[in-house]
Design a protein around this ligand. Sequence first.
Ligand code: SAH
Ligand code: SF4
Length: 340
Amino acid sequence: MKWIYDLSYEMLKTEFAGANLKKFTTDQVFQWLYFKNIQDVNLWSNISKTDRQFLESNYNTSLIGVVRATGDEHGTRKFLLELHDKLRIEAVLIPEKHHFTFCISTQAGCPLACRFCATGLLGFKRNLTAGEIISQILVLKNEIRYYTGKLNIVLMGMGEPLLNYENLEQALKIMTSAKAMNISPRNITISTSGILEPLKRFEKTFPRVKISFSLNASDDLMRETLMPISKKEKLADILDYFRDTKLDRIHRITFEYVLLKGVNDSTQDARKVAALLRGIPCKINVIPYNRNESLPFKTPSEQEVNAFADYLHEKGYTVIVRWSKGKEIRSACGQLAGEE
Ligand code: SAH
Ligand code: SF4
């Protein structure tokens, strides 16, 4: 039986046409799955009983399972989810002042092994399918059924989105399609450590989706040490690309900078970052390092974090310090490891 969330609109349409279902069945099914978020085929009341029986016997409509949900006092909840092959991934539900943010994963583990990241430490298991990416959103939406307001989707959980390009693209089409989830691309962000060719392709296909780039270092050598991918994907090439294409972009690029005590947090580092980003319309998110016992790094003090942020601010940059939510439940940036 096919897992329905892995099928695009076009694939489903072709299959339904082959099975002689009515022309608008695909639209109806998409509405039930992605807009109304109702998994039980028996409740799909505008579809005939015979067609529902056909759907039930040919497609699996159940979502990925929640193994456990952990919450902290701010209302952030981390969901440990189990895929069909028993691999586990994590998704995080974050209540904000005026909306909810869903932080979702694109890979089980991550092959890029950044030195400061718990997901990287885990190694790479496999890419998530489009259905596995999408169904994280449906699982989280089920948790806040009463809520119909704005959703913010950040692809910042486990994995590097641009290394799972085809499935990312299929999932984003379902997120943004008016026939499916109808989420505005403005409310979607992908976070990447910077893989230039798929990044270019992505921005052409989804020009309104926001891009966060994980900078995390003030020069090449430091970045190559902290983020091994940087040996292949040169920082200068990525920054040149951002600079050269700035007029085509609706949103400013967000640069994420994980602040590691004594490693990349000095005034000299701040000065180098200010110089690196000159000419790129951007925002800078300074993220004080979230601790992990297996890793050798330390979190700078609040004073050190503020000094770094203030320097960049004085140089004219928009800087936001992100003291992470959900640290207590290990759901903050870089702490997702599908753990038991
Ligand atoms: N692979 C993508 C998205 C997932 S990581 C990327 O690297 O952008 C999401 C963010 O968490 C990245 O900005 C990354 O730099 C940050 N991060 C990783 N480990 C962290 C840690 N221990 N503390 C704080 N942020 C961390
Ligand atoms: Fe992968 Fe991002 Fe973690 Fe680096 S920071 S290991 S790219 S998930």
